[in-house]
Design a protein around this ligand. Structure first.
Ligand SMILES: *Cc1c(COP(=O)(O)O)cnc(C)c1O
Length: 354
């Protein structure tokens, strides 16, 4: 397939941010835009100067939330290469989300090509400091000017890019997690496995409640029995119990993380037993009581690994591994980030050069 991305390069360039980059606060000089029109398909992929877009107030996304997104990063290696991590997995996952939300699929080769073209135009924006990267946010939304409820006939696909700081500027610090027993994030048959804005909109209430109580994030339980662990904040979750690694199985309400998949692969190849199954909060609490809960951590693109140091459910408080990062979480973090920044060999062929 021949793919042409028309480029309208802007000059002069924006000044690069100085000091702490943080997450998602600064955007590069350009963005990628592609249209979908029924009958014509996806067309007119183009790179244009970054800036506000004009949207009809009746655009369907603003009313019914027909939208999906992705998140991945570009990393600058010590030898000056720019590397993506498993971008074809993001392309595939966006189409899984698209199918669920009745959004037309995007050719996966075209998708990866668009990401590479967008990063390539703004490659100066991939930051140099240790632990920093360029966050890539592809997204699609419904644009029909119409208030009826149906699938839109027109969409925009966009890619915006944001230089982001190290997630752990002061070293990896385990987080405090509150077990949410009032609200749920997703149910089987809903949209939990799709990366769509609506899942996030529904999660903000409990995230804010957790913040107000002094916790970093919430641990989500299943929506039917409020018994089984599903995810931690916006990350997949892992436990190490008596030497075995356990992570909830993907049964429709959990987002299939690419970091999750990569961690499972690394752990199994290292000789760990990794079991994907249902795991109840009671099992976690029992394991903690018996001293068998060795580690707990979240996985996701933004943080890679986020160790959980403290858990709170009702008035029960649990300290995990003395509130410190455990050896398994540390090993996955070092190995994955080593591959992502091109510091370690990549036996899996996970990195893709731009
Ligand atoms: C994106 C996301 C994850 C992590 O996925 P990665 O591909 O590892 O970044 C986990 N849970 C939710 C709800 C997410 O949206």
């Amino acid at each position: 397939m021949k793919i042409e991305v028309h480029k309208q390069i802007s000059a002069p360039k924006k000044p690069k941010p100085e000091g702490e980059l943080g997450f998602g606060r600064y955007f590069t000089d350009h963005m990628l835009v592609m249209n979908y029109t029924e009958g014509k398909g996806w067309h007119d992929a183009r790179i244009v100067p970054y800036g506000p877009i004009s949207l009809d107030p009746s655009a369907m996304v603003l009313h019914y939330g027909q939208e999906v997104f992705e998140g991945l990063k570009a990393y600058r290696s010590a030898d000056g290469r720019i590397l993506l991590f498993r971008p074809e997995e993001n392309a595939r996952r966006m189409n899984v989300s698209n199918r669920r939300m009745c959004i037309p699929e995007i050719d996966e080769e075209l998708w990866v090509h668009c990401v590479k073209e967008a990063v390539s135009v703004d490659r100066d924006w991939v930051p140099y400091e240790e632990g920093t990267s360029l966050y890539i946010r592809p997204f699609v939304f419904a644009t029909d000017p119409f208030l009826g409820v149906r699938a839109s006939h027109t969409y925009l696909f966009m890619i915006i890019l944001s230089p982001v700081g190290s997630y752990y500027p002061e070293g990896i610090k385990p987080v405090k997690i509150y077990i949410e027993s009032e609200y749920v994030r997703a149910v089987k048959g809903g949209t939990g496995f799709a990366k769509c804005g609506g899942n996030y909109a529904a999660s903000i209430r409990s995230q804010m409640n957790a913040y107000a109580k002094g916790y970093t994030q919430v641990l989500w339980l299943d929506g039917v029995e409020r018994k089984y662990v599903e995810e931690v904040g916006t990350m997949n979750v892992f436990f190490k119990i008596g030497g075995e690694i356990v992570t909830p199985a993907l049964e429709g309400s959990i987002l299939p993380g690419i970091t999750r998949d990569s961690a499972i692969r690394l752990l199994r190849d290292k000789g760990y037993t990794v079991t994907e199954r249902r795991i109840s909060v009671d099992e976690v609490l029992d394991a903690a009581e018996k001293g068998a809960l060795e580690e707990m951590f979240g996985t996701g693109t933004a943080a890679v690994i986020s160790p959980v140091g403290e858990l709170q459910i009702g008035d029960r408080h649990i300290l995990i591994n003395n509130g410190e990062i455990g050896p398994t979480a540390r090993w996955i973090y070092d190995t994955l980030t080593g591959i992502q920044w091109g510091k370690l060999p990549d036996p899996y062929g996970w990195t893709v050069e731009v």
